[in-house]
Design a protein around this ligand. Structure first.
Ligand code: C5P
Length: 230
């Protein structure tokens, strides 16, 4: 076992709006562990491509950009905000738009881009532990994670959550359009060949449609406690 493999990892995967970001951040804060928002890496690459005027069809240039980008996260003290610095510039708000999610899901289907981001994701694995949120954290990036969670919820519930979140952040959004965008992004993420969106074979699947965030956090923390006592 290498030094990095001794660091415990909790993976939380699932589609957009399943609650994985909020649940992951709260758990990271409670546990005092590091937090990886892997979706933000893909979103940030979309922004970096835009800034560098690299076309989303230019796979080789995108993979190079992915390798070179300098991205850092800082977890806010209230647990519900993460500052994201891309090449020295704070880009948190730019990353949260639906357009940035759409661009991210296009780049995320490129195998060389995924490979280029793999090492960056592994570098987040540091003591005392890591909570990693995304689509393929349990299936591909951290296959030896201590506990793998896959959160899901109906597209309607997820669209309503995203609507509320974006409204609260002051974005002008339309619920029907959000639902269409979520369905379109789910289909692209699930149908791609490279690391498609699906639960790892050993993941615990939790449908959060009828659950509130604190219920999910308590439940996952209980599961983690059991694993650590094994
Ligand atoms: O989680 P988030 O909505 O920020 O992710 C944006 C997009 O990035 C997803 O729709 C997906 O295409 C891609 N992604 C991915 N693998 C991850 C995290 C995100 O392919 N681990």
């Amino acid at each position: 076992m290498t030094e990095a493999n001794k660091v415990p990892v909790l993976t939380i995967d699932g589609p957009s709006g399943s609650g994985k970001g909020t649940v992951g951040q709260l758990l990271a804060q409670r546990l005092g562990w590091h937090f990886l928002d892997s979706g933000a890496l893909y979103r940030a690459l979309g922004v970096a491509a835009d800034r560098a005027q690299v076309d989303l069809g230019n796979k080789a240039a995108l993979a190079r950009l992915a390798m070179d980008m300098d991205i850092r996260f800082t977890l806010g003290t209230d647990g519900d905000c993460v500052d994201v610095m891309l090449n020295g510039e704070e880009v948190g708000n730019v990353l949260r738009t639906e357009e940035s999610g759409r661009r991210a899901s296009i780049l995320a289907a490129i195998p060389d881009v995924r490979r280029a981001l793999l090492q960056k994701q592994h570098s987040f694995r540091q003591l005392p532990g890591l909570v990693a949120d995304g689509r393929d954290m349990g299936s591909t990036v951290f296959p030896d994670a201590l506990l793998k969670i896959y959160l899901t919820a109906s597209p309607e519930v997820r669209a309503a959550r995203r609507y509320k979140q974006l409204k609260e952040k002051g974005f002008d959004v339309n619920l029907h359009r959000l639902l269409d965008e979520i369905r379109e992004r789910d289909a692209r993420d699930a149908e791609r060949e490279a690391s498609p969106l699906k639960p790892a074979h050993d993941a615990c699947i939790l449908d959060t449609s009828q659950l509130d965030i604190s219920g999910v956090v308590e439940h996952v923390q209980g599961l983690l406690q059991q694993r650590r006592l094994r």
